[in-house]
Each structure stands twice: as structure tokens, then as C-alpha cells.
Write a protein that binds this ligand. Sequence first.
Ligand code: ADP
Ligand code: TRP
Length: 325
Amino acid sequence: MTRRLTGFQPTGHLHLGNLVGAMRPLVRAQERPETTHSIAMIADLHALTVEHDPDRLRANTLQVATVLLAAGVDPRRTAVIANSQVPEHTELHYLLESATGYGEAARMIQFKEKSAAGKSGVRLSLLTYPVLMAADILVHDSEQVPVGDDQSQHLELARTISARFNARYGDTFTVPEGIRPESAARIMDLADPTRKMSKSTPSAAGRIGLLDPPEVIRRTIARAVTDTVGVVRDDPDGQPGVTNLLAVLRACADREPGSFTSYGALKREVTDAVEAVLAPIRARYAELSEDPGHVRQILAEGSARVRPRAAETVRRTRAALGLLD
Ligand code: ADP
Ligand code: TRP
């Protein structure tokens, strides 16, 4: 049995790429509980590393939890937690800060980008962000962590910190392994198919939000960039837009697309397939949203479930470092 941790930032709206690349694998893993045990973690503590609005953070955290449930994450099989609600994350974070070099953290590309010269109000927690992420992973003895390209450097740091800690203070942590979502599952931006669909792209023109109303979905797909070739086929270099629409169709319809005589016909079929996947998620989301207390309860139960193991990891770490119990 493999322990897996999937992290979600509670910022911005989740999109079709997140569904295909992160949530579906989580839901599929539930079908084989004897092989994989997953934790779905919302990194609300990480949202504090940049300027944020408290009301919006609260709303976003609940929204992500609700979308996860609406998309099929079953809290009886997958623990759904927010890292702020499991205090062992912050305790281990501090202990790991004392096992990480300043230079190691300052070298991280994401830190360098977000703290680049001229940016004011850079928070100290932005520097230690990857150490908190390492704590998120290590505290649960996670063996596998699905990460996209932008997080692979952080995952490497978690591996370095844990392996070095084990060598210096004795076997304490499971050294985690990064796993990548299959490249076939990569959904590109519909307005700029050379970049991946991402919630951090400022323009929403190429993004399909999981809670977008049908009209918005239809419009986004109708405006998707294609080309002047006029033939529907996979050609990632020559026809990235059309290739991406085919990828979306495969991901949503779960079968090989037939042949199309026009881009319009392709787009109509993509629209129907996306709508067929998102309509039930939207409906379930609306139902769950009527009772936010229920979603909070699920988060509380998730925390209660994972805390014994997390507390044991912290206990081991404290002892290894020479702190009194
Ligand atoms: P974003 O780029 O929107 O900020 P994240 O980097 O937070 O997305 O990714 C969260 C999860 O969703 C990761 O597991 C990542 O692999 C997956 N994911 C994000 N964007 C895509 C995409 N366009 N296609 C497939 N999977 C994606
Ligand atoms: N930093 C991750 C991101 O930007 C979110 C995250 C925080 C995470 N802690 C994690 C992901 C632990 C995986 C494991 O997407």
C-alpha cells in the first residue's frame, strides 16, 4: 500500500487541467484502496505567503474542498484536509527550518521570481514556503507526491532535506518520490495552446473553470485558437490548438474521437463532451454548497483521521533532534 499526498492551492478557480491532471487520478486511486491511500490537502497556509484577503481565503478554501467532493473525492476513502487545521504541519515546519540552509531556500526559482528586485512587501514565509511544503509531505510519511513541472524543484528540496536529516540524525522520514501526471493528460490553454491551462494565467480566455456556466464554456471553446490548415488531426507542432481540442475531447469523452469535417464540428463535440463532464460536478457543487457546515465537518474528520500518524512523525523528529518529550 502506497501513501500519496496531492496538494491543491486554495487560490483562484480550479480548471479542467486540474480535474484531468490531479482530481481524476485521485478519484481513480480510490478504486484500489489496497494499493494506494491518498490524502487530498488544501494548502491554505501557503496562501499566506503572498498578499491575501482573509475573507477570500476562507471562501476559496471551502470552495476547493467542495469542488473536490463534487468531483468524486470520497472522504471515507480519501482524507480531505487543510494544512492549517493539522497543527503538526506547522510544528514540523519549524523543526525542518532548522535542518535547511538559508541558501537552499533562497535558490528556489519560485522564490526568486516572486521576490524579484523591486517587489515590496515580500513575506518571510515566502522564503520558507518550500520548507512548509516539505513538512506537508513528510509529516504524513508520504511516499508519492504528484507534482507538475513548477513544483518539481520544491519536491527535490523535500527529498534533500529528508535524506540529509536521516543521515545526520538517524532514520526519521520517508524520502518521498515525485510522480508526474501522464503527459497525455496535459491540457493546454485554449487561447494560447503553447502553454498549459493554468489558474495563474492572468487571462481567463483560454481556461475552462470547473464551475463555469454552460454559456461561458460554449463561448470559451467557440473562441479557442485553431489555425488555417483546415484539417482535424493531431499535429502538436503545426496545429497545437486543434491537437489540444482533440486532447480535451479524449479526456472528457474517454474514447477516440471520430473524424471531423470542420473545426466548427470539432468544437461542438468538444463543447458537448466538456459539458457532460462538468454538468454533474456543477450540480453536486450546488447541492454541497447549501450546507457548508457539512464540508467543514468533512475537513474536521479528515484532520482527525491523519493526526495520529502526523503526531508520531513529529514525536520521532523531536526525539531525533534532542528535544525533550
Ligand atoms: P495551476 O497551473 O493551475 O496553478 P497547479 O500547478 O496548482 O495548477 O496544479 C495542480 C494540479 O493540477 C497538479 O497536480 C497539476 O499536475 C495539475 N494540472 C495543472 N494544470 C494542468 C493542466 N493544464 N493539465 C493537466 N494537469 C494540470
Ligand atoms: N506548492 C504547491 C503548488 O503550488 C501546493 C502544495 C503545498 C503542495 N504543499 C504541498 C503540493 C505538498 C504537493 C504536496 O501547487
